[in-house]
Design a protein around this ligand. Structure first.
Ligand code: ADP
Ligand code: MG
Length: 256
């Protein structure tokens, strides 16, 4: 049986999947990331939370180089991110990303959304790409939607397609940026369930979310960001019961 997490995600290696060393980033005069140091082990699940504007999206967008940073180093699967565009392509193939607003191509069917990158980037034959796409659509429980267009699906279904589409590229790492925050409440669970399955199968995941139930269930570590800094990083148990930082306590008081 096909599992949700592709084979590559479960290769044993002892170097970190992601290493960020003293990463600093500015938008003009405004410093958005300050001295970010973070090692993510292979197979580790990390949840990032924090107030709006604290730099969560910017941090994870730096990992697949959707954003540049001005100081520090980021090493992804033993490849140092530099301005070398070939290397950036290499990393983007290994790092899947799921956004708040799905970002599916509206004029392509669900199946075409899932096969586009495997055909054009991975150079897979169309039939093979379609077979892989159908396997993942089955795994996210919507194979019957394959020939529809994104606009015909609910938000929760579209987000599951976005996850399946990423998995079709056989990523080693998955980044999620508030994947459930644009969904109606009744659709949140179906998307979180898909993510829980992926986590249980060993995918390395960095998830920006305020779904604290998800954090408790699957996170190895929870990170709290404020004003561009990681101000707290701990196991979920410690994080929720024994937050040390004042700003973390205030934040948890507001959302729990
Ligand atoms: P979060 O995801 O935690 O809400 P972001 O990483 O999106 O935070 O943004 C962090 C800060 O950087 C915010 O103050 C935001 O206004 C600012 N910012 C984000 N993108 C840009 C940009 N392209 N240019 C200038 N400022 C930006
Ligand atoms: Mg954000």
């Amino acid at each position: 049986m096909t599992t949700l997490a592709p084979e590559a995600a479960r290769e044993p290696k002892d170097t970190p999947a992601i290493r960020m060393v003293d990463v600093n980033k500015w938008y003009g005069e405004f410093q958005v990331l300050r001295d970010i140091n973070l090692d993510v082990a292979r197979g580790e699940r990390i949840v990032i939370c924090g107030p709006s504007g604290s730099g969560k999206s910017t941090l994870i967008r730096c990992i697949n180089r959707l954003e540049e940073y001005q100081k520090g180093r980021i090493i992804v699967d033993d490849v140092e991110l530099t301005n070398n565009s070939k290397r950036i392509e290499e990393i983007r193939r290994e790092v899947g990303m799921v956004f708040q607003h799905f970002n599916l191509f509206p004029h392509l069917t669900i199946l075409e959304n899932c096969t586009l990158a495997p055909i054009w980037v991975r150079k897979l034959p169309k039939k093979e790409a379609e077979a892989i796409a159908m396997r993942y659509l089955e795994r996210v429980k919507i194979p019957e939607q394959a020939n529809k267009y994104p606009g015909q699906l609910s938000g929760g279904q579209q987000q599951r397609v976005a996850i399946a589409r990423s998995l079709c590229m056989n990523p080693k790492i998955m980044l999620f940026d508030e994947p459930t925050s644009a969904l109606d409440p009744e659709m949140v669970k179906e998307v979180l369930d898909t993510m829980v399955t992926l986590a249980e199968e060993g995918m390395t995941m960095l998830v920006v979310t305020h779904e604290m139930g998800f954090a408790r269930q699957v996170a190895d570590r929870v990170i709290f960001m404020d004003q561009g800094q990681i101000v707290e990083m701990n196991t979920p148990d410690e994080f929720f019961s024994n937050a040390r930082n004042e700003r973390t306590k205030i934040f948890l008081g507001q959302i729990l």
